[in-house]
Write a protein that binds this ligand. Structure first.
Ligand code: GH3
Ligand code: MG
Ligand code: MG
Ligand code: MG
Length: 311
């Protein structure tokens, strides 16, 4: 069995590996009912340094998507009980596989049928017997593009933090993991205090810089395993896996104090900015109620006069 990899971790890895000029192996899922073809594909992909997951039963597709998290999918067209096109539709129904490249690999030589298959959610059509070099080149191109697209899709462009959608996705993942491992999990919501006044007094670009300075603070102070998201304009959300509530509160209080001391430059002047925070400890509830509880705690912090953390 392959470990589940979430896109966020994947991107982190990609970013690390790209700096070292090596590429993390592409994760390729192959569905083909012919065992001989499946075996052949496995050999070719492994030789090319890719991570292959091969299934011969179309019914396994949902499980394979969940557990293997493929970056590229290769589908046979004709299988007992269903077609590759039907499988492509199932894959495309899931938001997170909306832009994963789907490549048909089939003996079908009728171009009309090939184009029809492509119109139903496929990106390429290769015919059997495929030249391994052609196959690998296609996978490399598709994989590279898919990764850069994914990197853009999950991040916020101002701060480089995870965006709202991806933060919620990670929260679901981390809740599942906490449940499975019997670990604790905390979720924090942060909102900058009187931010309208910052914009009104110093201008929008300076406001943007304040948002970036707080992002940097979070990146520097939190652990690699924590996930930091920009939830909205001047709002942030932080997922702290395997963290006790009091520890979460303490680390956020420490960040809060240091950030409040930071001198924000504006021309020849300087000013200070604070934030308020609400922390909620996961208690086996679903993601949306955990968010609601953190949001309520944040509201309490605002009511208490701001620049504080409420657990
Ligand atoms: P409070 O302490 O109650 O949070 O007061 P506040 O002024 O921060 O109130 P609120 O959260 O309602 O206002 C947020 C303001 O943040 C509104 C909007 O003009 C500004 N804002 C939202 N997104 C951005 C952004 O990307 N850049 C900048 N510079 N400002 C933004
Ligand atoms: Mg077949
Ligand atoms: Mg706000
Ligand atoms: Mg605010």
């Amino acid at each position: 069995f392959y470990p589940a990899v979430d896109p966020g971790q994947l991107i982190e890895k990609i970013e690390t590996y790209t700096h070292g000029n090596t590429v993390e192996p592409y994760r390729v899922l192959v569905l083909d009912d012919s065992r001989a073809q499946a075996k052949f594909m496995e050999t070719v992909l492994k030789k090319a340094g890719m991570t292959a997951h091969i299934i011969t039963d179309p019914m396994e597709i949902i499980h394979a998507l969940d557990t293997f998290s493929p970056e590229i999918i290769i589908l046979d067209m004709y299988m007992p009980g269903c077609t590759g096109m039907e499988i492509a539709r199932v894959i495309r129904q899931q938001d997170r596989f909306h832009s994963v490249p789907i490549i048909y690999l089939s003996g079908e030589e009728d171009v009309t049928k090939q184009l029809h298959a492509m119109s139903l959610g496929g990106d390429d059509f290769l015919t059997k017997p495929v030249d391994p070099k052609h196959l690998i080149a296609t996978l490399h191109n598709r994989g590279r593009r898919a990764r850069s697209l994914l990197a853009l899709m999950i991040r916020d462009s101002l701060t480089g933090l995870y965006n709202h959608t991806h933060t919620l996705y990670l929260l679901d993942q981390e809740i599942a993991r906490a449940r499975q491992k019997g670990q604790s999990l905390c979720f924090a919501m942060i909102d900058i205090d009187y931010f309208k006044k910052v914009n009104d007094t110093y201008g929008h670009p300076i406001g943007d810089r304040v948002i970036r300075s707080l992002s940097m603070f979070f990146k520097q102070r939190l652990r690699k395993t924590d996930h930091i998201g920009r939830f909205g304009g001047e709002e942030f959300a932080i997922i702290l896996p395997n963290t006790r509530p009091s520890d979460a509160r303490n680390v956020l209080n420490e960040i809060r104090e240091r950030f409040a001391e930071l001198q924000q430059p504006a021309g020849d002047r300087e000013f200070n900015v604070t934030f308020s925070c609400g922390v909620a400890a996961w208690n086996n509830d679903p993601a949306h109620t955990l968010c609601e509880r953190a949001d309520r705690a944040l509201y309490v912090s605002k009511e208490r006069g701001r620049n504080c953390v409420t657990l």
